[in-house]
Design a protein around this ligand. Structure first.
Ligand code: ADP
Ligand code: ASP
Ligand code: MG
Length: 406
């Protein structure tokens, strides 16, 4: 008998029919003699709808009250799924995050899991119950409910699999696995059989929302092998694990992120310490800066451009708006009409011409590059947002056409 963790995303439990479909997957796994712990997200677009509801009442609602609201979405899906399983005649219990033992930091809206004490889950499994846990949530030291940030249910599932040493951790979603690009945008995208933690982490961090990046980070840290698969077609999915040299692909995927804003500070005095002052001010306010570009100094000044996540756009403007005078810079401009498109691949390191091929493909499609950033396993370019889908397609054609050679 094994311990299997199964996570079902919002689309997998969007309506009564889907809830019963999921109940069938779970009870089949249980009937094979396994202990089953299920993590479930809110149904369909429930979380987005709740956010809209909150905005109607108070667009500046506190993060604590937002978490009080958003945790309810998972409570609905968990209880409905448990009711479906009861109806099929199996023993089941649904638990909220705190009942399942999720202790988190106090950061409402983006809490981290500090500890997971799954005593109650063990107790229920001992009684041979199927255990359904609400994803995306826990409790902090004030005994308030917290959420783990959007897409956080994946992380809840991986945490349970890690702490309880599960034999399998399956992330069920609405596509058949991890593809070489978003299969909804690129019809020729191919499903990957295996992908390494590092590549998956890059893809997830660079916009492929099929897995939440924190869940991949945690899976790597605790060596939890993940399977991403469809709850609808029930075919084998993609395995996320450590891969060996032989299995490494030159390029494993293309990702797009439109949640980006570009800032440029114009006329920054060309002397030491200015970049330090700008970026430490942002860092002190928990604003992550991504791509940074600095022009060559001319006539005693230079320009510094950088990107932040769109949801930090207003805070960045506010922080730097007044500060540029203190710095002696002349102006600050921002543009939200941008997107970051990235090519990810573990084999890239040993194939330096991949960068040139990225630029060639974009040039052939007449796409202008605003900024570039590279690491050992990725190349990201910042471009105009309306060209992002085209960029993903031409890059996908380039690297995944049958005659591609690095
Ligand atoms: P869930 O509700 O199950 O958590 P998400 O909507 O968070 O599902 O993630 C699944 C979606 O991720 C897919 O419907 C797909 O459009 C998108 N996606 C983006 N990039 C990729 C990729 N490289 N491979 C698979 N899916 C991707
Ligand atoms: N329901 C939450 C969200 O929409 C958590 C999740 O789906 O993982 O972000
Ligand atoms: Mg998700």
């Amino acid at each position: 008998m094994g311990l299997i963790v199964q996570k079902f995303g919002g689309s997998s439990v969007a309506n009564a029919e889907r809830v019963f479909n999921v109940a069938d997957i779970i009870t089949k796994t249980y009937q094979e003699g396994n202990n089953v712990v299920v993590v479930v997200s809110a149904q369909g677009d429930t979380t987005d709808d709740l956010i809209e509801k909150a905005k109607e009442i108070n667009p500046k609602a506190s993060k604590r009250e937002m978490d009080m609201l958003l945790t309810s979405g998972e409570q609905i899906s968990a209880s409905l799924l448990a009711m479906a399983i009861e109806k099929l005649g199996f023993p089941v219990v649904s638990l909220l995050g705190w009942q399942a033992g999720f202790q988190t930091s106090s950061a409402y809206g983006s809490a981290r899991i500090n500890n997971l004490v799954p005593d109650r889950i063990y107790k229920e499994l001992d009684k041979r119950n199927i255990v359904i846990v609400t994803g995306f949530q826990g409790i902090n030291k004030y005994r308030d409910m917290t959420t783990l940030g959007r897409g956080g249910s994946d992380t809840s599932a991986v945490a349970i699999a890690a702490v309880m040493h599960a034999d399998r951790c399956q992330i069920f979603t609405d596509v058949e696995g991890v593809f070489t690009a978003d299969p909804r945008k690129v019809p020729t995208a191919r499903k990957l059989d295996v992908i390494s933690y590092d590549e998956m982490l890059e893809l997830a961090s660079l916009g492929a929302q099929v897995l939440n990046n924190r869940s991949v980070e945690m899976a790597k840290k605790y060596n939890v092998e993940l399977e991403v698969l469809s709850s609808l077609t029930r075919k084998p999915g993609t395995i996320v694990r450590e891969v060996n040299e032989m299995e490494k692909l030159n390029v494993s995927g293309i990702a797009k992120d439109t949640n980006v804003a570009q800032f440029s500070i114009i006329g920054v005095p060309d002397r030491p310490g200015l970049a330090f002052r700008i970026f430490s001010k942002l860092g002190a306010n928990d604003i992550n800066v991504d791509i940074i570009l600095q022009s060559i100094g001319r006539n005693g000044t230079k320009d510094i451009s950088f990107t932040v996540a769109s949801n930090n756009r207003a805070a960045t403007s506010e922080l730097l708006g007044d500060y540029i005078e203190t710095l002696g810079a002349s102006s600050i401009i921002y543009d939200e009409n941008v997107a970051k498109v990235s090519v990810v691949g573990a084999g890239m390191e040993s194939h330096p011409n991949i960068a040139a091929q990225v630029f060639e493909a974009l040039y052939n499609a007449n796409i202008n590059i605003r900024m570039i950033s590279t690491s050992e396993i990725k190349i990201s370019v910042l471009i105009d947002q309306e060209l992002a889908d085209l960029a993903v397609r031409v890059l996908h054609d380039k690297f995944f056409s049958p005659d591609f050679t690095a």
